[in-house]
Write a protein that binds this ligand. Sequence first.
Ligand code: AP5
Length: 239
Amino acid sequence: MVAVDLAEVSTEALMAEIQHRLDCTRKPEKRIILIGPPGCGKGTQSPRIKHEHCLCHLATGDMLRAAVAEKTPLGLEAKKAMESGALVSDEIVIGLIEEATQKPECSKGFILDGFPRTVVQAQKLDEMLAKRGQSIDKVLNFQVPDSLLVERVTGRWVHPASGRSYHEKFAPPKVAGVDDLTGEPLIKRKDDNAETLKARLGAFHSQTTPVIEYYSKRVVALKADRPQDEVASSIAQAL
Ligand code: AP5
């Protein structure tokens, strides 16, 4: 965590943060899954949902990339599958989520972004939550035709530390190549190329679409091939 000198934070910003935290105490708990193909906008929409509903944002892809960068044993095991566009093992991601959902910032609930991606992961998640007397409230199914995803994924730039994503055409940063908030350099993900995207889409259609059926009673379909603000409005209505 980065230490912040409060003397450098404006009174207005501090008051806004306190007001937000007070508002959060009155929000109901929520546990949400975002599901959809690579590049459909899950990571883009998550920060707004997180702020609005006071949830933590748990993206298994971000967690795995951090483990790969740190060269942990888990990261070394996940690296090959990720770079080829295949899924990493269910055991690895279930362990990550089990630990992460118990963090204090998840006390009001969570957004799962990129998990569960197989029916086995969904079943294990439900078992884990049932033991805690909890369950999933909503599953938002981001629908975007495959043909649009190549341009979205190959034009993406990310800020690795925060997971913020930009697009050179649809959501450019204020200054090319640098993160709007920190000024740090943006990078291209290794798996964001047309070849690997084919394998990622294959994994989505064969292994992840059955998860949508598994949660059929809690699924809300979202047309996610529209501008970001329109998608955000549909999400606000759905939640
Ligand atoms: P992960 O990191 O989860 O990747 P993904 O699911 O392929 O999703 P993306 O991050 O590519 O897409 P996104 O929907 O977040 O899109 P974004 O908002 O950035 O997983 C990576 C790998 O990790 C997997 O392949 C697998 O190996 C492994 N893994 C992860 N979880 C796993 C699990 N549970 N089990 C097993 N393995 C797992 O948007 C994309 C671009 O489009 C951006 O540039 C954005 O600016 C732009 N954009 C967004 N919305 C719009 C819009 N409405 N209009 C125009 N452009 C838009």
